[in-house]
Design a protein around this ligand. Structure first.
Ligand code: FPP
Length: 251
């Protein structure tokens, strides 16, 4: 059990979420799938507020995976529209709350108007300090690793980097999440128990939390339940309990 009762030190610094279940939420109500995504966007707002209020510094949301391009074109364009509307309606409040917006993934694959809107929002909030809202768009964990390997290969070829310098720490600087700590807690809603190509490298030591609740219904109480579960676990990073209790850290 976690022997540290300090509520702040046991709060995760970085939470990552696979927001699953929007489609089922809609189907159960005999609504179109997009209506589920619309309610999912409300849940996004609630999760951001929760993190900001509780001092969680990084929130990474899986909004669109590389595989999601295979969905029906009407759903893809509906999701792009929702994203655009989300920026329009939330940006001022995000900025006023000192939240920095970031994205990971192949942003350029999105429609040009959405890319432009996101770039402007990222730029506008780039100096904000209280929290990072990191949205994964056209993101794939394996793609992220391959891209990092390609960038490193270029630098090895040009002589900017020496092969002996490529440690895990250096490698992670070439990932889309460069500069962010790895997620402490990774939540998946909607009942499935897999990671679906999300943050494959970065989640190596994340605590995993699977909730049966569908994303539009994932409210503050559900989020707090995930946090409580996280607090009850002891993260050993490959060490033994006595080392953790003595305050040693792997890295
Ligand atoms: C998975 O549910 C959800 C998505 C692929 C999209 C997530 C998008 C949002 C929450 C709304 C927009 C996002 C932002 C950041 C404003 P699913 O459709 O796979 O659900 P199902 O498994 O029940 O079909």
């Amino acid at each position: 059990m976690n022997s540290n009762p300090d509520p702040h030190s046991s709060f995760p610094r970085h939470v990552a979420i696979i927001m699953d279940g929007n489609g089922r939420w809609a189907r159960r109500r005999l609504m179109p799938r997009l209506e589920g995504h619309r309610h999912g966007a409300k849940s996004v707002r609630r999760a951001v507020e929760f993190c900001r209020r509780n001092g969680i510094e990084f929130l990474t949301l899986y909004a669109f995976s590389t595989e999601n391009w295979q969905r029906p074109p009407s759903e893809v364009s509906g999701l792009m529209k929702l994203l655009s509307q989300f920026i329009d309606s939330e940006l001022d409040e995000i900025h006023a709350n000192d939240i920095r917006l970031r994205t990971i993934g192949q942003l350029d694959r999105l429609p040009a108007s959405v890319v432009e809107k996101i770039r402007t929002a990222v730029e506008k909030t780039s100096k904000n300090k209280a929290m990072v809202l990191n949205i994964a768009l056209s993101y794939g964990g394996r793609q992220d690793i391959v891209n990092a390997a390609l960038k490193i290969t270029q630098e090895l070829k040009s002589g900017a980097l020496e092969a002996s310098a490529v440690t895990e720490e250096i490698f992670s600087k070439y990932l889309d999440t460069a500069g962010m700590p790895d997620p402490d807690l990774l939540i998946r809603t909607g009942g499935e128990m897999r990671l679906s190509n999300f943050l494959s490298w970065q989640s190596a030591y994340s605590e995993l939390y699977f909730s049966a609740v569908l994303w539009p219904d994932f409210d503050d109480n559900e989020f707090m339940a995930a946090i409580q579960e996280f607090r009850s676990r002891q993260r050993r990073f490959g060490m033994i309990s006595e080392q953790i209790e003595a305050g040693e850290r792997a890295y």
